[in-house]
Design a protein around this ligand. Structure first.
Ligand SMILES: [Zn+2]
Ligand SMILES: [Zn+2]
Length: 286
């Protein structure tokens, strides 16, 4: 199994010269279990993934939504393979949604906010809402999920393929008085944990003249490492970088993470992790 990162930024795209090395696109990751394709979230990075997939038509894939905040759905209308007949996708989502995932996604594509409706999609797309205790089966993989602490809800996903496992936990806050046991259980003995490391400790707790970000639904690298250690995870990926964090500040957070947990890496656009490899690929900052 491998994972490739197409969008690693949180909250809003951040395409500035100072963020160009890590990348400014919002959440989208591609996962391959041999020939099987799984995509998590359709932030602005989803557009570039779509362009790459145009070289391997027809495309068949499974798309999972952690949740439907803007930074996780904004690339959805710009995915060229959706417009091509012969492609097939199954879409899963459903955390605390007041309406089915299909309706949420089609509503964002309606005038006056967007001119193109989903009925122009030529590919076959099926939509399914999933509950936390459900299991999504694939040809050679199994997906389980757990709810996270986040405004309007969010799911973490675990993908198991043969003896390899990956947990993707974006957009999750931590609470000292109620550790997310569901996430620790979901991450048990996983090869890789991708975790919402949006804030520094100073930012989160409002230290050093900062205002507090408590209750905003995001976490820190140190809190992610607590989950990784409690769950005996092998490798840790810092993800959902704050739009105000430039390349240098992300490099600094990654260096701190490596002192605490050597197999850590900050996600960047284009990073590819092969789960059959013992070591992580080189960091941007090595
Ligand atoms: Zn987000
Ligand atoms: Zn969110």
């Amino acid at each position: 199994m491998f994972i490739k990162f197409w969008g690693v930024r949180g909250s809003v795209p951040s395409g500035n010269p100072e963020t160009a090395r890590v990348g400014g696109n919002t959440t989208c990751v591609e996962i391959r279990c041999e020939e099987e394709l799984i995509i998590i979230d359709t932030g602005t990075g989803f557009r570039n993934l779509g362009a790459a997939l145009m070289k391997e038509l027809p495309v068949k894939g499974t798309i999972l939504f952690s949740h439907v905040h803007w930074d996780h759905i904004q690339g959805f209308p710009f995915f060229t393979p959706f417009f091509i007949p012969g492609n097939e996708f199954r879409v899963f989502g459903g955390t605390s949604l007041p309406m089915p995932i299909e309706e949420v996604l089609s509503k964002q594509m309606t005038p006056p906010c967007f001119p193109v409706k989903t009925d122009l999609f030529g590919s076959k797309i099926s939509y399914q809402d999933v509950k936390p205790d459900e299991v999504i089966e694939g040809k050679n993989y199994k997906i389980t999920l757990a709810p996270l602490y986040h405004p309007n809800g969010c799911y973490a996903y675990r993908i198991d393929h043969e003896d390899q496992s990956l947990v993707f936990a974006t957009d999750c806050e931590h609470y000292e008085d109620k550790p997310n046991k569901n996430l620790i259980d979901l991450s048990r003995d996983a090869d890789v944990l991708v975790y919402d490391s949006q804030y520094t400790e100073d930012e989160y707790y409002g230290l050093n003249g900062e205002f507090s970000r408590k209750g905003w639904g995001h976490s820190t690298m140190r809190e992610g490492l607590k989950v990784a250690e409690a769950a005996n995870v092998e490798k840790f990926v810092l993800f959902h970088h704050d739009p105000t964090h430039n390349d240098d500040s992300i490099g600094k957070i990654e260096a701190e993470a490596r002192q605490l947990f050597s197999k850590s890496i900050a996600a960047y656009e284009g990073l590819q992790i092969d789960l059959s490899e013992k070591e992580l690929p080189p960091s941007l900052f090595d």
